[in-house]
Design a protein around this ligand. Structure first.
Ligand code: HEM
Length: 127
């Protein structure tokens, strides 16, 4: 069965999506404060790694990893569903602009949306 990554086509497209996504997050007053102290090169690499992993279908442990990497943001900066929804909108428009098909976009969005609870540290789990 082909993975999401196969269907996206190539890494170049992934870079394009990530670049667009980051630009949107950084110019939006609602989301930009969260990224103020984050080295954007570092975040770019990590987002790339994350998306590659998800797109390739090797997503075990992702929920816990997402919970831990956003825990401080929830605790100290009030990260909540408003920020999450806006971030999803930015991801979706990046996928549209990068030229992905509607079915593929729907699949990626469903997958990302399913991470809402761990990212917002609802029912936080310990490993
Ligand atoms: C929508 C789904 C989201 C995904 C897939 C995602 C993915 C990631 C990944 C992979 C990392 C790197 C974790 C690491 O350090 O190893 C990360 C970090 C981060 N995320 Fe998210 N994230 C999402 C939502 C959000 C939202 C809604 C915000 C805030 C508006 C946000 C803000 C951040 C920040 C500021 C970091 C950097 C933390 C640091 O390195 O100090 N994320 N995210």
């Amino acid at each position: 069965m082909s993975t999401l990554m196969d269907r996206i086509g190539d890494e170049g497209t992934l870079d394009d999506i990530i670049a667009r996504f980051h630009e949107k997050l950084l110019v939006d007053d609602l989301t930009s404060p969260f990224f103020k102290n984050v080295d954007s090169e570092r975040l770019h690499r990590k987002q790339h790694w994350f998306l590659t992993m998800v797109f390739c279908g090797k997503s075990e442990g992702v929920a816990y990893y997402m919970q831990e990497s956003h825990a401080e943001l929830v605790r100290n900066m009030g990260l909540n569903e408003t920020h999450f929804k806006r971030t999803l909108e930015h991801l979706e428009s990046s996928l549209v602009e990068a030229g992905l098909g509607a079915d593929l976009i729907a699949e990626i969005m469903a997958l990302t949306a399913s991470l809402e609870d761990p990212i917002l540290n609802r029912n936080a789990k310990k490993l």
